[in-house]
Design a binder for this molecule. Structure first.
Ligand code: FE
Length: 136
């Protein structure tokens, strides 16, 4: 996975490897995907918010989380339009829209157009890329 955009948070590969565990690194920094129904949050429904594993930015609110039955945490929308970046992803013989953290460039997952009203979007996010925080 390449990330040549200017980011507010930039770290060397060694710094990312030191900060993240092996699966977090493979997903967030190499664009991998955790296996369905194996992550921490696909079946997690508590009040709070989900923050970027790379930089701690709040990305998704628990109120937007829904059970899509797909085995990954699914959200109807991000906390706001600027915290995530959308990129066209043509890997694996598909055209998908990849979602990354705008601040640090970490790969989060993909967004699909089969979500609930009113957004109609489903942000399909890897548990390995996010960290849940309870309300203060
Ligand atoms: Fe981030």
């Amino acid at each position: 996975m390449t990330d040549d955009k200017p980011r507010e948070i930039r770290k060397t590969d060694a710094e990312w490897r030191a900060q993240l565990d092996a699966e977090q690194y493979a997903v967030a920094r190499q664009g991998g995907t955790e296996r369905a129904f194996t992550g921490k949050y696909w079946d997690h429904f508590e009040p709070g918010s989900y923050h970027c594993i790379g930089c701690g930015t709040p990305l998704f609110a628990a109120g937007s989380k829904f059970d899509a039955g797909c085995g990954w945490p699914s959200y109807a929308e991000p906390i706001n339009a600027t915290v995530v970046e959308r990129l066209v992803d043509r890997s694996h013989g598909m055209v998908r829209i990849e979602v990354r953290c705008n601040r640090c460039g970490s790969h989060l997952g993909h967004v699909f157009n089969d979500g609930p009203a009113p957004t109609g979007e489903r942000f399909c996010i890897n548990s390995a890329s996010i960290d849940f925080k309870s309300p203060d």
